[in-house]
Write a protein that binds this ligand. Sequence first.
Ligand code: GFB
Length: 312
Amino acid sequence: MDKHAKIYVAGHNGMVGSAIVRKLQEEGYPNLLLRSSKELDLRRQAEVERFFEQEQPDYVFLAAAKVGGILANDTYPAQFIYDNLMIEANIIHASYLYKVKKLLFLGSSCIYPKYADQPIQEEALLSGALEPTNEAYAIAKITGIELCKFYRRQYGCDFISAMPTNLYGINDNFDLNSSHVLPALLRKFHEAKEAQAKEVVMWGSGTPKREFLYVDDLADACVHLMHHYSDEGHLNVGTGEDIAIKDLAHLIQNIVGFQGVITHDISKPDGTPRKWLDVSKIEATGWKAQTTLEEGIQRVYAWYLEQEGSKR
Ligand code: GFB
């Protein structure tokens, strides 16, 4: 990417998009093209095509998406499939029409079958049934990968896809009904500590395992792939290590310093038992995650406390 190239980061107000913007700014890219969802509704084809016609971006990071934790995915499947399909189809097609030099699409590790062999290799895609709690989101994300693949095959577009594992970081969503597990537990432990409560309730059995990647590491991977990867196959992006949810809870409890007990609400779903990514392909391109889980949680907790402080 030329330093003066026009780079569109779709979804720059979200956790992932804002991390990509930070990374690009750090690397000295001054010409970033950014639009909030109020300024540009990516679900509307005419609006998206008008924007691309006017702005003619050279590169696109497609980080705009409707995302949420297990309960939000399970409760609003129509919104998850519709919003994501429209956003992807509109941006990918407009990128083809207006000759974008390269586009990076971001998916998610939930695209893989519920009972995929572990660690999950890229080839496991479409080899089995999906996890029902996030099937709608997964189908939309699988479609995004396939769009990139087929636009490359038919039109020769340089569109690539990366599949990150569960992400966390600053600018995450801390709403307890729609968030992912890590920000939810951080908030629950913090509020319980402040209120000197005796217990924190976590969802499910705590036995499922998840792999957590710090969002700035993902942003680093995205820029790295823009520079060094141009191929049809999507690439997994993760740390290579996973952790049981109950162990994650203990880790967060210690970082926050909550003294009480943890109980389980087993009326809430567990979801996929495990989705540990095989990251050998991306590591072979020269990229590796840098932030340990403990370090990442400490950074997010410090940021969370700052936000809470500024609200007072
Ligand atoms: O992070 P999470 O919502 O998403 O949940 P998924 C992971 C695990 O943490 C599940 C448990 O087993 C939850 O039951 N958990 C325990 C909690 N306590 C809590 C809590 O307070 N809040 C939440 N949210 N979970 C999502 C998908 O799946 O992950 C998306 O639905 C996407 O499609 C995303 O792929 C990365 O990892 O289960």
